[in-house]
Every structure is written in C-alpha cells, then in structure tokens.
Design a protein. Structure first.
Length: 428
C-alpha cells in the first residue's frame, strides 16, 4: 500500500492539471485535495478551477423558468474502512448528499428525494472521515427552477402540466457535456453545452395498429445514452445526430408497470416491476360497509431482472446477482457489493414505493417499498423505521452523532442542512 501511495504522491503538474480539469463538483475538488500533501499543495497553489455545477440550463417550455442542474451523490459511510460480517451493518450508513449552497449539504434518503429531518437537540460529531470508510456508489442529477433574483427553488411538479413534468435526468461528461431529460408521458429532450435551446427527440410514430410506446427510464451507460419503455424496448440516443435507434425490440416477458435501468458490475441491467395498480376494495362484515384499502396501492406483485447482451443485442433473464445488491427508484439507480455493506451475501434488490400517496405510511421510502430476493423469490415490505431491512438507511450510526437522540428522528420532507464544519471532512 505504501508503495502504491508513493507512486501517486508526486505525479507531474501536467497530469494533476488534467485530473483537476475533469472535476466538476465542489465535492470532487475537496476529495482531490484529500489524496495526499503534494496534491493538496498543488490545489492550493494553482488557480481554483470553476466547478461545472450548479449549471444553468435554458427553459424546456416557453412559459416556464430556466433550470439549475446539480448532482446528488450516494455514499457508503462505515466506521471501519473494510466492513465485514464481524463488523455488522449498524456500523454502515448509506446516505445521499446534495449540495445546497456554499459549504452546505442536505442529507437525503437514497431511495427517494426525501430529506432527512433531525430534531434541534441532536448534536453532530465533528469527525474526520478520512479515517473512516467512505465510498461514492451512486450519482444522480436534480433540476431546480431559478426564480427571478437568481435564487434556486426546489422543482415543483405541480407548476407544470403532466405533459412537461420532468421525470429523470442523465448526464454525459466526456468529450462534450450533454444533458438528457425524460419528461411528460415518456418523451425525451437533449441539451448540449453551448446550445441555446433543448432539442426534442422524436421517440416513435403512432399508427393505427400499434400505440406509440413512450419511455419509462433513461441512463448514461459507458458514455452512451439509453432509454427503455415498459415492454423492455431499448433505444440508443445519438447526441450528435439527435436520432433514436432501436437496439432491442419490445418483448412479451417484460410486462410490468415500472422499468428501471441500472448499471451493476459494469453491465447494464433492466428491472421490470409489476404492482397492484389500484386500491383493493372489500366488504367489512362487522362494519357492514365497503372498505377501500389504500395501503394496497403499488403493492409489488413480482420482479424480473435482465442483463443487456451487447453482442447479441438482446435482454437475458437474470436469476442471480451474485454478491451484488441493486437499489432502484425513479430518482436514481445504483448497485453495491455486499462486502461494502459488511454483508456476507447479496443477490437482492431494494426498491422504492409510491410517494405522495400516503405520507403517514410511506416512512420516507414510499408506500410499499422494500426488498426483493432473487433466490427465494421473496418480497419483504418495510414495516417500520426499526425494521432490520432499513438499518443501512436509518437511524444514522451512533458514531456520527454526539448523543442517542437520533432514535427519535424521523424521515420527513423537511430540510436538514449540514454545514461545512460537520460534513466537509467527508469531502475534504
């Protein structure tokens, strides 16, 4: 290890300059400075590079305001640099971090956009996380509306009709910076650095025999844009020609209501989720009345997982993920190795629930969120925030806080701002 560190301790300034020019966020720059003293010295003596984010983007619709684009990062924080089953998951915390201002971050639920809320009595330890295990395992992007005075405001879907509401953002950073958005009823728009306007991508033609298949998810995989619909039809989007080429046609075996694209172990995977689409209504004999069971909405009925065969241009059914664990949601999808969580095995998938339907029941994860195991196959729905399945999300590990009051904390859609003096050691 010392030999490896020594080899990277004194690269030429030309190499360091190439690295710095590829760092697009403040957190990336802070992590660069944390590598070693010579890298910190270079960063201190050279002109501060201007982070790419937040990035101003034009309005997607003539009647709407412009956007500000910024990333959200998912980290595994662990008390031990290499968690093992002997150092169980209560020493591991999976959390999403969003930069909200200069030296300020908000902590979010990795499966949703819900911010974590802590009572004012909670005290944070000032810790140097360079002595702990910390690893970036996922990255997604958020768009915020820019109000008249330039201050960013949270994006509010209610300000837009469903035909233009934004659903997912994918970003390509190599060579030329390109942003792709999925919006409305599954349509796609693309923006390249330097463009004044978005380019709307034609997603298919309607005819009398077959209804147009709109897309359900997008991803940037191996620096290429892909989009998928609910039937598994995969298309590649060329940012130069603005053309959409079908890679894999729709398949009968993909018949769920939700599809997610996720990269795992350097391969592109498709997750197809079937749910109960509406509340269950039954007759209560004791009360002698019809009862609507809202908790049954979006209850998962089954999952199918596929992997992209790039040579044969087809989806192959996956019966095992090996030691990998998938996390899929409409906001972000990523995967981790079981050992990074201190687990002895993986082969499972965490999935989001339906948000905004029953705020009291969804616990910040969405209604009927849970875990699916490929070897059973069994579907486990989160029952409470003390559920063993949610320990990697909540509550935060005791080494992160100064007291035990975190047990009373809740996941809510209120802001938690963690200032520089608390959280910057993770990135510094």
């Amino acid at each position: 290890m010392e030999e490896e560190e020594g080899r990277w301790a004194n690269p030429s300034n030309d190499i360091l300059a190439l690295i710095v020019n590829r760092l697009h966020t403040q957190s990336d720059l802070c992590r660069f400075r944390s590598i070693c003293r010579s890298w910190r010295s270079y960063a201190s003596s050279s002109p501060d590079p201007q982070p790419l984010f937040p990035l101003s983007l034009p309005s997607l619709h003539p009647n709407s305001r412009s956007f500000s684009l910024s990333p959200t990062l998912v980290y595994i924080l662990s008390l031990y640099p290499n968690p093992t089953p002997d150092n169980p998951s209560e020493n591991v915390w999976l959390v999403k971090v969003s930069e909200t201002g200069e030296n300020q971050w908000a902590l979010l639920n990795p499966l949703t956009k819900h911010k974590l809320y802590f009572p004012s009595r909670v005290s944070w330890n000032r810790i140097n996380l360079l002595g702990f295990g910390n690893c970036e395992v996922g990255r997604s992007y958020k768009l915020q509306l820019v109000v008249g005075d330039g201050v960013e405001g949270a994006f509010n879907f209610e300000e837009f009709s469903p035909s233009i509401a934004l659903r997912k953002v994918a970003v390509k950073t190599s060579d030329e910076f390109v942003v792709l958005v999925l919006y409305g009823y599954g349509e796609i728009a693309l923006w390249k650095s330097g463009d004044e306007n978005w380019k709307i991508i034609e997603t298919g033609q309607k005819d009398e025999k077959e209804k147009k298949q709109d897309f359900d998810d997008v991803i940037c995989f191996n620096q290429k844009f892909y989009a998928v619909d609910r039937r598994g039809r995969l298309a590649a989007i060329d940012p130069m020609s603005f053309e959409l080429d079908e890679v894999i046609p729709a398949m009968e075996d993909c018949n769920g209501q939700y599809t997610y694209l996720v990269e795992s172990n350097f391969r592109l995977h498709l997750v197809n989720k079937s749910v109960n689409p509406r509340p269950v209504t039954y007759y209560d004999e004791e009360e002698e009345e019809l009862v609507v069971d809202n908790a049954s909405v979006s209850k998962p009925l089954g999952f199918k997982v596929f992997v992209f065969d790039e040579r044969e241009k087809c989806w192959e059914r996956v019966n095992s993920l090996g030691d990998r664990i998938l996390f899929v949601s409409r906001d972000a999808a990523f995967s981790v190795c079981a050992k990074d969580l201190g687990w002895s095995e993986g082969n499972c998938m965490y999935f989001e629930g339906l948000t905004g339907y029953d705020d009291e029941a969804d616990m910040g994860f969405g209604l009927n969120a849970g875990v699916y195991r490929l070897d059973d196959p069994a579907i486990s729905i989160f029952s409470s925030l003390t559920d063993p399945l949610t320990k990697i999300f909540w509550p935060p590990s005791c080494w992160f806080l100064q007291n035990e009051d975190h047990m009373d904390c809740e996941m809510q859609v209120e802001s938690l701002i963690v200032r520089d003096e608390v959280f910057s050691p993770l990135l510094f």
